[in-house]
Design a protein around this ligand. Structure first.
Ligand code: GAR
Length: 212
């Protein structure tokens, strides 16, 4: 299964996928291309270092969303991408992209959805005073972080945490969860039944509360 990863930032989740792939731990998932909407994005350097092809579709060149989406679709299709992984991609995707990859776009979000969707999710959780936080990998639908949940990992919020400490603890779980989900999808172990997703043969790596 050919995987295309879309990024906008530092790319540590991308790095987790690269590292697992290099160690042969992504099963039949093959990271074929990295796409970015920010020309000088640090994640692009990670792709280059790992010799993974990359492309940039700068959103500032596309005042309207549909042409931006279509440019992404064209670039992903040029690399025969089967599965699109949003790993810190900071643009909302529209109908054109979702229709081009039906049921084959997943996102990692740094909160236990459906709580704290949208931006600065870790900060939202911290400010809300929750005692358990975490991350979610979900299928992308037309809403903001509303698609069917595939897997979640939880972390405890410590009394002496600041929001940065919490962000980093969640991020470490993201690096474990996202590759595990990508592998499970590539191994055809992820079954979507309405809003519910079953991960067949789930290992501790995809167990929601393993980290507690
Ligand atoms: C990650 O924490 C990811 O969950 C988050 O952006 C960060 C990207 O970090 N994504 C979102 O907030 C999407 N709503 P990275 O570039 O180091 O992987």
């Amino acid at each position: 299964m050919n995987v295309g990863v879309l990024v906008s930032g530092s790319g540590t989740n991308l790095q987790a996928l690269i590292d697992r792939g290099q160690r042969g731990e992504l099963g039949p998932a093959n990271l074929v291309v990295v796409g970015c909407n920010v020309p000088d994005c640090p994640a692009l350097a990670r792709a280059k270092l790992a010799a993974v092809p990359s492309f940039v579709v700068d959103h500032r060149d596309y005042p309207e969303r549909p042409p931006f989406d279509r440019a992404l679709v064209a670039a992903l299709r040029a690399h025969q991408v089967d599965l699109v992984v949003l790993a810190g991609f900071n643009r909302l995707l529209g109908k054109d992209l979702l229709d081009a990859f039906p049921g084959r776009v997943v996102n990692i979000h740094p909160a236990l959805l459906p709580a704290f969707p949208g931006v600065r999710a870790q900060r939202q959780a911290f400010d809300a005073g929750v005692k358990i936080a975490g991350c979610t990998v979900h299928f992308v639908d037309h809403g903001v972080d509303t698609g069917p949940i595939i897997a979640q990992a939880a972390v405890r919020v410590q009394d002496d945490d600041d929001d940065e400490a919490l962000r980093l603890r969640i991020l470490a779980e993201e690096h474990r969860l996202l590759p595990a989900v990508v592998r499970a999808i590539a191994e055809r172990r992820v079954v979507l039944e309405g809003r519910r997703v079953r991960v067949l043969g789930a290992t501790p790596a995809t167990d929601p509360l393993r980290s507690l």
